[in-house]
Design a protein around this ligand. Structure first.
Ligand SMILES: [Zn+2]
Length: 189
């Protein structure tokens, strides 16, 4: 499905965005909220491009016990809810058993939250959510080495998914920064 422009016949289908996310139009400085309730703090156990399962992926893992309420990081619309699985393992073949929720944001980005506890979803597809909406309870489903929340923000493209780093409001919420592996993120707002 090529898009041909004028006499040059450029094919934008696959190469336009590859490797150069600076050309994608989304709000790079949006201050995201941490994915848990006010007064709580959790450690980033695996950061962006992390060695265990985030190679070349801008995703974050938050260490949290099973049953922790997971809150939306940005307002949007729920597009997909999967909470029917109840299986966990450390190898690739367990990845398909991860419960997850996808929320679409107004700037074209999507957030995917994963490893939720079986049957714990509090929202359904089509629901509007805010940064105080509990989506589901964290768990330990799919490919994991222990209970945690996996979180990624991405832009779907026909050729590939582009994962983006996002800034999170920390402390009392006046500063927004990129999170790093082993950092303890405190939500005081
Ligand atoms: Zn992860």
């Amino acid at each position: 499905m090529a898009i041909h422009i004028g006499k040059y016949g450029f094919d934008f289908t696959h190469k336009e965005y590859r490797g150069d996310i600076s050309k994608i139009n989304y709000n790079k400085n949006f201050p995201y909220s941490l994915p848990f309730k006010k007064g709580q703090s959790y450690m980033v156990s695996q950061g962006y491009d992390g060695a265990f399962s985030h190679k070349n992926i801008n995703a974050l893992d938050f260490d949290m016990p099973e049953g922790t309420p997971v809150v939306a990081i940005r307002g949007g619309v729920v597009v997909k809810v999967e909470d029917s699985f109840d299986k966990q393992g450390e190898t690739e073949d367990f990845a398909q058993y991860s419960n997850y929720i996808i929320v679409s944001h107004p700037d074209g980005t999507f957030a995917r939250y994963a490893h939720f506890k079986n049957k714990s979803a509090k929202v359904k597809a089509g629901d509007f959510v805010t940064t105080s909406t509990v989506l589901a309870l964290s768990g330990n489903t799919g490919m994991t080495t222990g209970p945690h929340l996996h979180l990624e923000v991405y832009i779907p493209k026909p050729s590939e998914t582009i994962y983006v780093k996002t800034k999170f409001k920390l402390g009392r919420g006046f500063v927004s920064l990129f999170l790093k592996e082993k950092q303890k993120a405190i939500r005081g707002y």
